[in-house]
Structure formats: C-alpha cells, structure tokens
Ligand binder design. Structure first.
Ligand code: FDA
Length: 305
C-alpha cells in the first residue's frame, strides 16, 4: 500500500512544493538528488569527488515525446560535459544516458546521432558515457547502438539487467577488452517470458553474470546495494586478481553511504549514480516506493518543519 501511495505522490505538485519549501524537506531531496539544475549537479559532484568517489550524472528528463525535446536533452548533456571539464571534474565524473530521452522510440537513427554527439563531448572532456538499460523492448536496439558507438568511442559502457533471461548471454558477448558493463538487477516490471520473477532467481542470475564479467576481459561495474552480492563481487574481484581500476562498484546517491565509504576505503573505485533535473520529485518518490524503510526518514524530515 505504501508503495502505491508513494507512486501516486510522484504526481503531486503540492507535495513537491511542500518538500522543497522546508529546510528539512530539501535536506531529504539533497540526500538522493543533486538538485534541479546543472549548478547543483556540479556542486554535489565536487563534494563526492572530494570524498574520493567517482560519479555518473544522470539527467532526470520529462520523457521525450518530440524530436525537439530529444535535441534539448542532447544539448543538456553536451553542455554539462563541457562544464564538468572546465571545473576539473573529469575523468572522475561521467554521464549516464537513456536512449529513450534521446528519441529512441521516435527515430532510432536520430537517437544514435545524439548519443554519438554526447560521446564526442565526453571524449573531449576526457571521460565516458554509459547507456542506461530501459525496458526489455529496447534492449536489442540499445545494444546495437552500443556496438556502433564503441567503434568511435570504445570506452562507451552499457547497463545490463540480471533479471532478463538473455543477460548472461549478453554478458558473454560484452566481456571483451575495453568493454564497460554495468550489471544491475533491473528496475522495470517485465513479463515472465523474458525475465526471472523471483528475487532468488534474479540474484542467482546476477551471480552467473558477475562470474562471466569478472572472468572476462572487460571492465565490470557492479551496480547493487545488496550486501550479499557486493560480498560475492568482492570475492570474485580477488579471485580473478582484479586490482583497483579493473572493476568498480556503483550505488545510488544517498543509498548506503557507509557502504560506499567502506568500499572506497578498501581501495575499490566507487561510482555514485547522481540524478539531477527538474523531474527530481518523481525520482524521489520512486526511491521511497522501492524501499519503505526510507519513508520514516522522509516523514521525520517533513514533520520537523
Ligand atoms: P534490492 O533492491 O533487491 O535490495 C537488496 C538488498 O540491498 C536489500 O535487502 C538491502 O539489504 C539492500 N538495500 C537496497 N536498497 C537499500 C537502501 N535504500 N538502503 C539500505 N539498504 C538497501 N536499473 C535499470 O533497470 N537500468 C539501469 O540502467 C539501472 N542503473 C542503475 C545504476 C546504479 C548505479 C544502481 C545502483 C542501480 C541501477 N538500476 C538500474 C536499478 C537496479 O536495477 C535496481 O532496481 C536497484 O538497484 C535495486 O536493486 P538492488 O541491487 O540495490 O537490490
């Protein structure tokens, strides 16, 4: 029930204003989201970099419905990369990109060209781009785009979702030299025909994929907050002799910060996935819907106003 409440709240402009207008509420926002604009994104990136953390910035878009919007999303990323470079925040900071925001559903070629322009801006800034994974109907197109982008920008990375039955095979294809793969569990509601449904089956798939990536030639990016999977990934990194710079851990901004610090102190590269943009409120509500334990934190902050 709490989950539905928070998902419903995601569309409430009134609640959004309430959260934003109180010092405590905006503190909650800042725990999970950099803010609504590039200035805040840069400031938070600087704080995280000062703490020894790498960052992947993700722009929270409105959902692209026109080619003009797709172009604006491209321009936002290109401008951000120039600012990250000017601020000396690359290569510690990279960007994550959703191809749907670049118009993938409207015109795959246009989305590719926009992604290419963003990769070129990233290369000029001395950093990289990772393609987010979206719902399963986009996986083939996203991986084709990845292969094409990697011809010009070999360090372009992509997220793979362990809940998809196909992903172990995709890991095998992508576990090649220079290939950066972010392994996450997967965040969309997917049918049984394409995705494992039970948490145990998803975790088992995650471990199989991890074994493929860690034993391969590429650069695994372990994106999970799950203590058991993190422990297994640390074990595999040791087993396959991967030292610092040969794999990394990724966690969402504000989630398990003590674990982020522990991994970094242990010599691992830790990258924080840092969202920013005007659509921060919906993102925040979805994080609460995902994990009811965060609700108490939220309620306490709001009632303290
Ligand atoms: P899960 O949610 O199953 O939790 C397992 C355990 O982790 C919990 O029992 C708890 O112990 C611990 N835990 C989880 N959340 C916690 C919290 N808030 N506080 C304390 N402990 C917590 N998805 C996608 O479809 N496409 C993508 O491109 C990406 N990209 C991405 C990047 C990064 C850096 C991350 C971390 C995640 C993604 N995801 C994603 C989201 C991912 O698919 C998944 O939905 C979430 O990470 C939640 O899954 P977990 O692996 O964290 O475990």
């Amino acid at each position: 029930m709490l989950r539905s409440l928070f998902l419903a709240a995601a569309g409430s402009a009134r609640l959004e204003r309430l959260v934003e207008s109180t010092p405590a509420g905006s503190g909650v926002v800042r725990r999970f989201v950099a803010g609504s604009g590039a200035d805040e994104a840069l400031a938070t990136t600087r704080e995280l970099a000062d703490d020894g953390l790498a960052v992947s910035l993700v722009h929270l878009g409105t959902g692209t419905e026109t080619l003009e919007q797709a172009q604006a999303v491209r321009d936002e990323h290109v401008a951000l990369l120039a600012r990250l470079r000017a601020a000396g925040l690359t290569p510690a900071a990279e960007v994550s990109v959703k191809l749907s925001e670049l118009g993938q559903r409207l015109d795959e070629r246009v989305a590719f060209e926009h992604a290419h322009a963003i990769c070129a801006a990233a290369a000029e800034a001395g950093t990289t781009v990772t393609l987010d994974a979206e719902d399963h109907t986009t996986t083939d197109a996203t991986l084709e785009t990845l292969l094409e982008l990697r011809r010009d920008f070999p360090s372009t990375g992509a997220a793979l979702q362990a809940y998809l039955r196909r992903t172990e095979g995709d890991c095998r294809e992508l576990a090649v030299a220079g290939s950066r793969v972010r392994l996450c569990k997967g965040a969309y509601a997917e049918p049984e025909s394409v995705a494992f449904q039970s948490p145990l089956d998803v975790d088992k798939s995650y471990v199989r994929c991890l074994n493929v990536l860690m034993s391969g030639e590429g650069y695994p990016m372990v994106a999970t907050h799950d203590p058991r999977l993190i422990a297994i990934a640390e074990d595999r990194a040791r087993w396959f002799d991967r030292s610092t710079g040969e794999c990394e851990f990724q966690l969402l901004h504000g989630v398990r910060p003590e674990e982020q610090a522990r991994l970094a102190a242990g010599g691992h590269t830790v990258r924080v996935y840092l969202p920013y943009g005007k659509q921060w409120f919906g993102y925040l509500m979805r994080r609460f819907a995902e994990r009811p334990a965060n609700v108490a934190y939220f309620a306490k902050a709001i009632s303290a106003r």
